[in-house]
Design a protein around this ligand. Structure first.
Ligand SMILES: Nc1ncnc2c1ncn2[C@@H]1O[C@H](COP(=O)(O)OP(=O)(O)OP(=O)(O)O)[C@@H](O)[C@H]1O
Ligand SMILES: Nc1ccn([C@H]2C[C@H](O)[C@@H](COP(=O)(O)O)O2)c(=O)n1
Length: 260
Protein backbone atom coordinates (compact mmCIF):
# COMPACT_ATOMS: atom_id res chain seq x y z
CA UNK A 1 0.00 0.00 0.00
CA UNK A 2 1.38 3.42 -0.95
CA UNK A 3 1.78 6.12 1.69
CA UNK A 4 3.04 9.71 1.74
CA UNK A 5 6.45 10.56 3.17
CA UNK A 6 7.24 14.10 4.32
CA UNK A 7 10.84 15.24 4.73
CA UNK A 8 12.23 18.50 5.99
CA UNK A 9 15.39 19.75 7.55
CA UNK A 10 17.75 22.72 7.53
CA UNK A 11 19.63 24.03 4.49
CA UNK A 12 21.92 21.53 2.81
CA UNK A 13 20.99 18.63 5.06
CA UNK A 14 20.45 16.31 2.09
CA UNK A 15 16.69 16.61 1.49
CA UNK A 16 16.92 16.82 -2.31
CA UNK A 17 19.55 14.09 -2.67
CA UNK A 18 17.79 11.66 -0.34
CA UNK A 19 14.30 12.61 -1.57
CA UNK A 20 15.26 11.83 -5.18
CA UNK A 21 16.84 8.47 -4.35
CA UNK A 22 13.99 7.49 -2.04
CA UNK A 23 11.30 8.31 -4.59
CA UNK A 24 13.15 6.38 -7.30
CA UNK A 25 13.59 3.35 -5.06
CA UNK A 26 9.93 3.30 -3.98
CA UNK A 27 8.65 4.42 -7.40
CA UNK A 28 6.96 7.38 -5.73
CA UNK A 29 6.53 10.88 -7.16
CA UNK A 30 8.79 13.58 -5.69
CA UNK A 31 7.42 17.05 -4.89
CA UNK A 32 9.79 19.71 -3.57
CA UNK A 33 7.84 22.67 -2.21
CA UNK A 34 10.77 25.07 -2.66
CA UNK A 35 10.58 24.71 -6.45
CA UNK A 36 7.11 26.31 -6.27
CA UNK A 37 8.53 29.38 -4.53
CA UNK A 38 11.22 29.77 -7.17
CA UNK A 39 8.75 29.15 -10.01
CA UNK A 40 6.40 31.81 -8.64
CA UNK A 41 9.38 34.17 -8.28
CA UNK A 42 10.17 33.68 -11.95
CA UNK A 43 6.63 33.82 -13.32
CA UNK A 44 4.58 36.00 -11.00
CA UNK A 45 6.97 38.66 -9.68
CA UNK A 46 6.74 41.47 -12.20
CA UNK A 47 7.87 45.09 -11.69
CA UNK A 48 8.60 44.34 -8.05
CA UNK A 49 5.00 43.30 -7.44
CA UNK A 50 3.76 39.80 -6.66
CA UNK A 51 0.90 39.04 -9.09
CA UNK A 52 -1.39 37.37 -6.58
CA UNK A 53 -4.38 37.13 -8.98
CA UNK A 54 -2.20 35.31 -11.50
CA UNK A 55 -1.16 32.93 -8.75
CA UNK A 56 -4.81 32.08 -7.99
CA UNK A 57 -5.45 31.47 -11.71
CA UNK A 58 -2.35 29.28 -11.86
CA UNK A 59 -3.58 27.28 -8.87
CA UNK A 60 -6.85 26.40 -10.65
CA UNK A 61 -5.02 25.51 -13.83
CA UNK A 62 -2.50 23.42 -11.97
CA UNK A 63 -5.17 21.43 -10.15
CA UNK A 64 -6.78 20.57 -13.51
CA UNK A 65 -3.58 19.12 -14.85
CA UNK A 66 -1.16 18.69 -11.94
CA UNK A 67 1.46 16.42 -13.51
CA UNK A 68 1.87 18.57 -16.60
CA UNK A 69 2.47 21.63 -14.38
CA UNK A 70 4.81 19.76 -12.02
CA UNK A 71 7.00 18.99 -15.06
CA UNK A 72 6.84 22.62 -16.21
CA UNK A 73 7.82 23.86 -12.72
CA UNK A 74 10.75 21.42 -12.62
CA UNK A 75 11.83 22.53 -16.08
CA UNK A 76 11.81 26.25 -15.21
CA UNK A 77 13.69 25.54 -12.00
CA UNK A 78 16.43 23.59 -13.73
CA UNK A 79 16.96 26.56 -16.06
CA UNK A 80 17.07 29.19 -13.31
CA UNK A 81 18.54 27.17 -10.45
CA UNK A 82 21.66 29.36 -10.15
CA UNK A 83 19.83 32.69 -10.62
CA UNK A 84 20.42 34.78 -7.48
CA UNK A 85 17.65 37.29 -8.22
CA UNK A 86 15.14 34.46 -8.42
CA UNK A 87 16.39 33.06 -5.10
CA UNK A 88 16.04 36.43 -3.38
CA UNK A 89 12.54 36.91 -4.77
CA UNK A 90 11.64 33.37 -3.73
CA UNK A 91 12.63 34.22 -0.16
CA UNK A 92 10.41 37.31 -0.25
CA UNK A 93 7.52 35.34 -1.71
CA UNK A 94 7.98 32.67 0.96
CA UNK A 95 7.26 35.28 3.63
CA UNK A 96 3.72 35.90 2.29
CA UNK A 97 1.38 33.69 4.29
CA UNK A 98 -1.34 33.74 1.60
CA UNK A 99 1.11 32.32 -0.94
CA UNK A 100 2.39 29.70 1.48
CA UNK A 101 -1.22 28.55 1.99
CA UNK A 102 -1.83 28.34 -1.78
CA UNK A 103 1.30 26.23 -2.33
CA UNK A 104 0.52 23.98 0.62
CA UNK A 105 -3.06 23.49 -0.58
CA UNK A 106 -1.94 22.59 -4.12
CA UNK A 107 0.45 19.96 -2.74
CA UNK A 108 -2.16 18.63 -0.29
CA UNK A 109 -4.69 18.12 -3.09
CA UNK A 110 -2.20 16.48 -5.46
CA UNK A 111 -0.89 14.10 -2.78
CA UNK A 112 -4.34 12.82 -1.73
CA UNK A 113 -3.81 9.75 -3.94
CA UNK A 114 -0.69 8.79 -1.91
CA UNK A 115 2.66 7.59 -3.21
CA UNK A 116 4.52 10.91 -2.80
CA UNK A 117 7.74 12.05 -1.18
CA UNK A 118 7.26 15.71 -0.24
CA UNK A 119 10.20 17.97 0.64
CA UNK A 120 10.12 21.41 2.21
CA UNK A 121 10.57 23.42 5.36
CA UNK A 122 7.02 22.85 6.48
CA UNK A 123 6.48 19.46 4.83
CA UNK A 124 5.96 17.56 8.10
CA UNK A 125 4.05 20.25 9.98
CA UNK A 126 1.84 22.27 7.62
CA UNK A 127 1.82 20.51 4.24
CA UNK A 128 1.42 16.87 5.26
CA UNK A 129 0.86 16.71 9.02
CA UNK A 130 -0.91 13.36 8.46
CA UNK A 131 1.86 11.74 6.42
CA UNK A 132 2.50 8.21 7.64
CA UNK A 133 6.24 8.83 7.74
CA UNK A 134 7.61 12.23 8.78
CA UNK A 135 11.34 12.82 8.88
CA UNK A 136 13.73 15.65 9.68
CA UNK A 137 17.17 15.26 8.14
CA UNK A 138 19.67 17.08 10.30
CA UNK A 139 23.45 17.56 10.32
CA UNK A 140 25.95 19.78 12.11
CA UNK A 141 26.49 23.12 10.41
CA UNK A 142 30.14 22.37 9.60
CA UNK A 143 29.11 19.14 7.85
CA UNK A 144 26.48 20.98 5.82
CA UNK A 145 28.93 23.73 4.83
CA UNK A 146 31.56 21.14 3.77
CA UNK A 147 29.01 19.21 1.70
CA UNK A 148 27.76 22.33 -0.06
CA UNK A 149 31.31 23.62 -0.74
CA UNK A 150 32.29 20.22 -2.14
CA UNK A 151 29.18 20.25 -4.35
CA UNK A 152 30.03 23.73 -5.67
CA UNK A 153 33.66 22.82 -6.32
CA UNK A 154 32.63 19.64 -8.15
CA UNK A 155 30.26 21.63 -10.39
CA UNK A 156 32.98 24.27 -10.89
CA UNK A 157 35.59 21.65 -11.89
CA UNK A 158 33.15 20.33 -14.49
CA UNK A 159 32.37 23.89 -15.69
CA UNK A 160 36.08 24.73 -16.05
CA UNK A 161 36.53 21.75 -18.35
CA UNK A 162 33.77 23.25 -20.49
CA UNK A 163 35.18 26.78 -19.99
CA UNK A 164 31.97 28.15 -18.53
CA UNK A 165 33.09 28.91 -14.97
CA UNK A 166 30.57 30.93 -12.93
CA UNK A 167 32.63 31.71 -9.85
CA UNK A 168 34.84 34.45 -11.32
CA UNK A 169 38.01 33.08 -9.76
CA UNK A 170 36.79 33.14 -6.15
CA UNK A 171 39.27 31.51 -3.78
CA UNK A 172 38.17 28.43 -1.85
CA UNK A 173 38.11 30.54 1.32
CA UNK A 174 35.74 33.03 -0.31
CA UNK A 175 33.46 30.21 -1.41
CA UNK A 176 33.42 28.80 2.14
CA UNK A 177 32.53 32.28 3.48
CA UNK A 178 29.67 32.69 1.02
CA UNK A 179 28.29 29.21 1.68
CA UNK A 180 28.49 29.69 5.45
CA UNK A 181 26.64 33.01 5.36
CA UNK A 182 23.99 31.59 3.00
CA UNK A 183 23.40 28.56 5.24
CA UNK A 184 23.28 30.70 8.40
CA UNK A 185 20.74 33.02 6.81
CA UNK A 186 18.56 30.15 5.64
CA UNK A 187 18.82 28.44 9.03
CA UNK A 188 17.73 31.69 10.66
CA UNK A 189 14.72 32.10 8.29
CA UNK A 190 13.59 28.51 8.84
CA UNK A 191 14.43 28.30 12.55
CA UNK A 192 10.84 28.16 13.86
CA UNK A 193 9.64 25.76 11.15
CA UNK A 194 12.45 23.30 11.77
CA UNK A 195 11.93 23.50 15.53
CA UNK A 196 8.23 22.66 15.05
CA UNK A 197 9.12 19.82 12.69
CA UNK A 198 11.50 18.26 15.19
CA UNK A 199 8.60 17.92 17.64
CA UNK A 200 6.49 15.81 15.28
CA UNK A 201 8.97 13.94 13.11
CA UNK A 202 11.68 11.32 13.44
CA UNK A 203 15.04 13.09 13.43
CA UNK A 204 17.86 11.50 11.47
CA UNK A 205 21.26 13.04 12.11
CA UNK A 206 23.16 12.39 8.91
CA UNK A 207 26.49 13.93 9.99
CA UNK A 208 28.24 10.58 10.23
CA UNK A 209 26.17 8.73 7.66
CA UNK A 210 26.80 8.32 3.97
CA UNK A 211 23.99 8.96 1.48
CA UNK A 212 23.49 5.18 1.15
CA UNK A 213 23.30 4.74 4.94
CA UNK A 214 20.68 7.50 5.27
CA UNK A 215 18.67 5.95 2.47
CA UNK A 216 18.88 2.48 4.03
CA UNK A 217 17.71 3.88 7.37
CA UNK A 218 14.68 5.54 5.80
CA UNK A 219 13.83 2.46 3.76
CA UNK A 220 13.85 0.40 6.97
CA UNK A 221 11.27 2.86 8.40
CA UNK A 222 9.11 2.47 5.30
CA UNK A 223 9.34 -1.34 5.14
CA UNK A 224 8.66 -1.66 8.86
CA UNK A 225 5.65 0.65 8.58
CA UNK A 226 4.28 -1.35 5.65
CA UNK A 227 4.99 -4.68 7.35
CA UNK A 228 3.31 -3.76 10.64
CA UNK A 229 0.40 -2.18 8.82
CA UNK A 230 -0.18 -5.07 6.40
CA UNK A 231 0.39 -7.81 8.96
CA UNK A 232 -1.10 -6.37 12.13
CA UNK A 233 -4.23 -8.52 11.87
CA UNK A 234 -2.19 -11.67 11.16
CA UNK A 235 0.06 -11.02 14.16
CA UNK A 236 -2.93 -10.48 16.49
CA UNK A 237 -4.69 -13.68 15.29
CA UNK A 238 -1.45 -15.65 15.65
CA UNK A 239 -0.94 -14.37 19.22
CA UNK A 240 -4.53 -15.26 20.24
CA UNK A 241 -4.23 -18.82 18.85
CA UNK A 242 -0.82 -19.18 20.46
CA UNK A 243 -2.10 -18.18 23.91
CA UNK A 244 -5.19 -20.38 23.63
CA UNK A 245 -2.96 -23.33 22.78
CA UNK A 246 -0.48 -22.85 25.62
CA UNK A 247 -3.24 -22.34 28.15
CA UNK A 248 -5.31 -25.35 27.07
CA UNK A 249 -2.46 -27.94 26.97
CA UNK A 250 1.19 -28.07 27.81
CA UNK A 251 3.18 -27.76 24.61
CA UNK A 252 6.79 -28.04 23.73
CA UNK A 253 8.03 -25.24 21.52
CA UNK A 254 10.68 -26.44 19.10
CA UNK A 255 11.89 -28.78 21.82
CA UNK A 256 13.75 -25.87 23.40
CA UNK A 257 11.61 -25.17 26.43
CA UNK A 258 8.50 -26.49 28.03
CA UNK A 259 5.46 -24.51 29.08
CA UNK A 260 3.17 -26.22 31.55
N1 LIG B 1 24.68 11.82 3.98
C1 LIG B 1 25.43 12.53 3.12
N2 LIG B 1 26.76 12.35 3.05
C2 LIG B 1 27.53 13.08 2.23
N3 LIG B 1 27.07 14.05 1.41
C3 LIG B 1 25.75 14.27 1.43
C4 LIG B 1 24.86 13.55 2.28
N4 LIG B 1 23.61 14.01 2.08
C5 LIG B 1 23.71 14.97 1.16
N5 LIG B 1 24.98 15.14 0.75
C6 LIG B 1 25.49 16.13 -0.21
O1 LIG B 1 25.25 17.40 0.37
C7 LIG B 1 24.94 18.35 -0.65
C8 LIG B 1 23.64 19.07 -0.29
O2 LIG B 1 22.58 18.14 -0.37
P1 LIG B 1 21.14 18.56 -0.87
O3 LIG B 1 21.23 19.56 -1.97
O4 LIG B 1 20.41 17.30 -1.13
O5 LIG B 1 20.59 19.26 0.44
P2 LIG B 1 19.19 20.02 0.64
O6 LIG B 1 18.79 19.78 2.05
O7 LIG B 1 18.23 19.64 -0.42
O8 LIG B 1 19.65 21.53 0.44
P3 LIG B 1 18.72 22.85 0.27
O9 LIG B 1 18.21 23.15 1.63
O10 LIG B 1 19.71 23.87 -0.21
O11 LIG B 1 17.67 22.56 -0.73
C9 LIG B 1 24.89 17.57 -1.96
O12 LIG B 1 26.10 17.75 -2.65
C10 LIG B 1 24.74 16.13 -1.53
O13 LIG B 1 25.32 15.23 -2.45
N1 LIG C 1 8.44 24.77 2.29
C1 LIG C 1 9.22 25.81 1.89
C2 LIG C 1 10.02 25.69 0.77
C3 LIG C 1 10.78 26.77 0.39
N2 LIG C 1 10.74 27.90 1.09
C4 LIG C 1 11.50 29.09 0.64
C5 LIG C 1 12.88 29.16 1.14
C6 LIG C 1 13.63 29.85 0.07
O1 LIG C 1 13.63 31.23 0.27
C7 LIG C 1 12.84 29.52 -1.17
C8 LIG C 1 13.54 28.51 -2.01
O2 LIG C 1 13.79 27.35 -1.23
P1 LIG C 1 15.26 26.69 -1.09
O3 LIG C 1 15.66 26.26 -2.45
O4 LIG C 1 16.16 27.75 -0.51
O5 LIG C 1 15.04 25.53 -0.13
O6 LIG C 1 11.60 29.05 -0.76
C9 LIG C 1 9.96 28.01 2.20
O7 LIG C 1 9.93 29.07 2.85
N3 LIG C 1 9.19 26.94 2.58
Amino acid sequence: MKINIAINGPASSGKTTIGKKLSEKLEYQLIDSSVFYRYFAKKFYLNNIIQINEIYLFKDEMLNNPFYHLKEIEHVNTQFYQDLTISQRASEIAKVQEIRSIINEIIQIITKKKGFVVLGRDATTKILPDAKIKLVLDAEIETRVCRRVKQILDVEREAKIQQSSQLNNLTELEIIGKVLSDILKRDFDAYELILEAKKVATIINTSNLSIEQVLAKILRHVYWYNFSNDNLLHVIIFMIIFFILIRSQPIKLFGLFKIE
